[in-house]
Design a protein around this ligand. Sequence first.
Ligand SMILES: [Cu+2]
Length: 148
Amino acid sequence: MRNLLFSTALLFGSSVAAFAETVEVEMLNENDAGDRMVFGQELIRAEVGDVIRFVPTDRSHNAQSVKDALPEGQEAFKGKTNNEVEYLVTETGLTAVVCLPHQSMGMVALIVVGNDVSNAQQVLDARIPGKGKDKIAALVAEAQATLP
Ligand SMILES: [Cu+2]
């Protein structure tokens, strides 16, 4: 029965709900590589219908989108410090995510939906302070360089 359901879902591949996933991204004081104040994943690939859940593994972090650095029609989001927040993906394109207290230290991430990088310039032009801006630029370049 499970196989049959799976095959049916494959057959109707455009019905994204069948494949919707929840992607968990931790908010960390330090990752395994020893980088401090970071998101567990910095280049986050997703598809329309997925949910991206930012989890406060360590304290004093939040996750939020950046003005003008998300796809047209995509709803902005802003999590409270020490709180989980979910981002429901409704549009393809790039979204810059920052931790407000640590963005200037480089605590940022980039969501890439549907391998669509058409709003890259808006994301590069968005107001992100300090090291966050450099890391977003590197992540945009990585997203552009690794398109399938
Ligand atoms: Cu933080």
